[in-house]
Design a protein around this ligand. Structure first.
Ligand SMILES: [Zn+2]
Length: 113
């Protein structure tokens, strides 16, 4: 399943979008500002990688770019990597919290208030 990389023409954010069907490309919108004026970065087609692959290739000491932090799938990656190295089981609660953080960051803040 191809994930294409796009760049927003309004705010220059680069982001990835999973395109299942050709028509869905019309719905691609910038996650930052909502603009639909995006261009596809054709040279940088990437394919879906499992979280395991992301964990394996994740280097906690490497400098992070803005796009790293804007990619919600990277939330919690550092904590998971560290826990794995230490042999710590973060438990199911952590996974749930992480999933929530990734899908609804505002909700987590609301819950903790
Ligand atoms: Zn934008």
């Amino acid at each position: 399943m191809p994930i294409y990389e796009y760049q927003c023409r309004s705010c220059d954010l680069q982001f990835q979008w999973l395109v299942m069907k050709r028509e869905e490309e019309k719905q691609v919108a910038c996650p930052e500002c909502g603009s639909k004026r995006v261009k596809r970065l054709i040279s940088r087609v990437v394919y879906h990688v499992s979280e395991q692959d992301r964990l394996d290739s994740f280097d906690p000491t490497a400098p992070k770019t803005d796009s790293f932090y804007k990619d919600s799938r990277n939330i919690g990656l550092a904590a998971k990597k560290r826990a794995k190295q230490l042999g710590v089981d973060l438990g199911k609660g952590f996974e749930e919290k992480l999933e929530k953080l990734r899908t609804d960051p505002g909700g987590v803040i609301r819950d903790s208030e």
